[in-house]
Design a binder for this molecule. Structure first.
Ligand SMILES: Cc1ncc(COP(=O)(O)O)c(C=O)c1O
Length: 407
């Protein structure tokens, strides 16, 4: 096995299997067909099928309210605006996340402040968060990155001490838990994406969950063109827009939600097994567990790669070889968010950023190491495989390691 030719160089793949996503059957198709047949394609009053999915989701989440919308970015932006932020307010975000976590802050005319991540979890480091707080800090957005819970006890206690609100970015966290509580249900609001790669999907879609009545009223109005409860159709009280989900999306999500608990349990079980297997390979260290998460969604399985154990083979090359072996994997974000042109050049629409804020001077060493040197991602659909698939993933890494020593 050790002398096998790499698939990257024309050899046989270690694993030749399709990991399908999304997963559906006739019941999903029937659910959509029944919406088509009943003719209720729109959602003007935020009721019907959409409301019934929201009820299922809030029940699942253990919150008082669930408000659907068009995508995860809009969910985050509406929750942030509903916190009552003003232009120039600061919002603490991690640099190792999808752009939307930070770009929605700019869209609300606020200033993203990057706090570094914990090297063991790639989630916001509570010590870095506390250091980043200033009198202008209004909101913290912890991201349950890859589906692992942030250290919510520490983050909530810092936030409460300073009178700051917390919006959980749970776009990777559907069905995950922290100390037995569903991700997204711990802060002032939690936001989800139902975009096509996500563990719960209808192609596109989003959700805000909260138990705060004022947050509910505001998000409900903002997503529905500023209308308010009991108001008229052409009566607009707040600066909102039409961000409503469609009944076809809701019907599909309702079917998909039924599968989520079993899928999450399987990903968590496979994740623990793969972590055990990879921990035995020199130069490979999976992110750690045991930080309060009681159910990890493994939207991404992340391991840290140390090239010194692979004859200095660069991470990007290693990641390409791993994908060629048939492991659904990827090298992850190429750079921390503050290195994106949007922040470096403060382009169009960034007028709320004061002159004094220069993202060229931001330096988060842990996030930089994750992007440039260390992080490799295995995608969620692969985590729905069998134990033997997990063994093959480990075998593929060992095969590349053996190859690297012959370079
Ligand atoms: C962490 C995170 N936050 C927010 C979003 C935005 O979600 P959407 O693509 O549904 O707008 C994503 C989507 O990839 C994400 O990964």
């Amino acid at each position: 096995m050790k002398d096998e030719k790499l698939a990257f160089l024309g050899g046989k793949k270690t694993i030749d299997k399709v990991f399908p996503w999304p997963i559906y059957d006739e019941s999903d198709i029937d659910a959509i067909v029944s919406v088509i047949r009943n003719g209720e394609w729109g959602n003007p009053d935020c009721g019907g099928m959409v409301q019934s999915f929201e009820n299922e989701f809030k029940e699942f989440s253990g919150t008082k309210y669930a408000l659907s919308c068009v995508n995860g970015s809009v969910a985050l932006r509406l929750a942030l605006i509903a916190c009552g932020v003003r232009p120039g307010d600061e919002v603490i975000v991690p640099p190792y996340t999808f752009i939307a976590t930070a770009s929605i802050v700019l869209e609300a005319n606020c200033v993203p402040v990057f706090a570094d991540i914990d090297p063991d979890t790639y989630n916001l480091d509570p010590v870095a968060v506390e250091k980043a707080i200033t009198p202008r800090t209004k909101v913290i957005i912890p991201v349950h990155f890859a589906g692992q819970a942030c250290q919510m006890d520490a983050i909530m206690s810092i936030a409460r001490k300073h009178g700051i609100r917390v919006i959980e970015d749970a776009c990777h966290g559907h069905g995950g838990e922290y100390q037995g509580k569903k991700l997204g249900s711990i802060g002032d609001a939690g936001c989800f994406s139902f975009q096509s790669s996500k563990n719960l999907t209808s192609g596109e879609g989003g959700m805000v969950i909260t138990s705060d009545e004022r947050m509910f009223d505001l998000v409900n109005s903002l997503r529905n063109v500023g209308r308010v409860k009991g108001g008229q159709w052409y009566e607009h009280h707040n600066l909102g827009c039409n961000y409503r989900m469609t009944p076809i999306q809701a019907a599909l999500l309702s079917r998909q939600l039924k599968r989520l608990p079993e899928q999450t349990r399987l990903r968590d079980e496979n994740g623990l097994y793969l972590k055990y297997l990879l921990s035995g390979i020199d130069g490979i260290s999976p992110l750690t567990r045991g930080h309060g998460e009681t159910l990890h969604t493994y939207h991404i399985f992340i391991f840290r790669y140390d090239k010194s154990f692979f004859n200095n083979l660069p991470k990007a090359e290693f990641a390409k070889m791993l994908a060629a072996e048939g492991v659904p994997s990827f090298m992850g974000y190429p750079q921390p968010l503050y290195r994106q042109p949007l922040f470096q050049q403060k382009n169009f629409f960034c007028y709320a950023i004061p002159e004094s804020v220069d993202y060229k001077k931001v330096h988060c060493p842990v996030a930089e190491k994750a992007c440039y040197e260390e992080a490799v991602w295995i995608l969620q659909q692969a985590m729905l495989g069998t134990r033997s698939d997990m063994e093959k993933f480990a075998e593929a890494i060992v095969k590349i390691q053996a190859f690297s020593h012959k370079l």
